[in-house]
Design a protein around this ligand. Sequence first.
Ligand code: UDP
Length: 261
Amino acid sequence: MKKGKKLYEGKAKIIYATNDKNLVIQYFKDDATAFNNQKKSVIEGKGVLNNRISEHILSNLSQIGIKNHLVKRLNMREQVIKLVEIIPIEFIIRNVASGSITKRLGIEDGTVLKEPLIEYCLKDDKLGDPLIAEEHIMAFEWATKKEIEKVKKMILRINDFMIGMFRGVGIKLIDFKLEFGRLKVNGKDEVILADEISPDTCRLWDSITDKKLDKDRFRKNLGDLIPAYTEVAKRLGILHEQSNVSAVNVTKLSSVKRKRK
Ligand code: UDP
């Protein structure tokens, strides 16, 4: 597979063309941003961990029949993915109230929700990704009713699977963000899961101590982001060796694992 020109650069990832018009390469950067790009930093090793964690989750999801864009991981920072037309909505799934909902609605942080709550935000940095109602999606034709019904069903299965996966390794899945895209299959549009699922896009708390193992370590200046993401990867069985994995070691581990395959 040949890597072509850069098609798009986002906050945490870059998309490159390939010699196959249906496939692109997704490159995970070390850049961290929060509060709609107002807070920025580079955290060495973050992209490597997110690439591995996202690969692990997406390939597990495909094993339970959740179609997604991942084709294969190429190396420590890149994966081959199917080119899709991204639906311009961020789907937020909440099991426990934290983050923006606590401020917006005055709900206490850590409140367990009786049922998973799905929120929709328009993917538009200039507007600050505003919260929208399901009706807005249809009114402005960002997606059809049929697509949203299908996405909601997929979301609930993904959430159930991920809650169980994380619970099994002593982690609570508080909330997360998903993106979906359209793919032409036999001339028909199909909606599949896209983007990434990683500690950048999920809130993950240790089951016993409630220690944050996600991007809130960056948002809230808690430090030790790489050890926290490494802890997630190790508990999921992605990284096996050593107890204190630094960014440099993460890089080494990735190449060792790759060679063994
Ligand atoms: N999230 C994300 N990208 C975004 C907005 C949110 O991945 O652009 C994730 C975030 O990491 C958290 C969940 O979605 O796991 C809910 O985020 P929230 O609405 O609480 O926003 P925040 O607190 O980040 O402002």
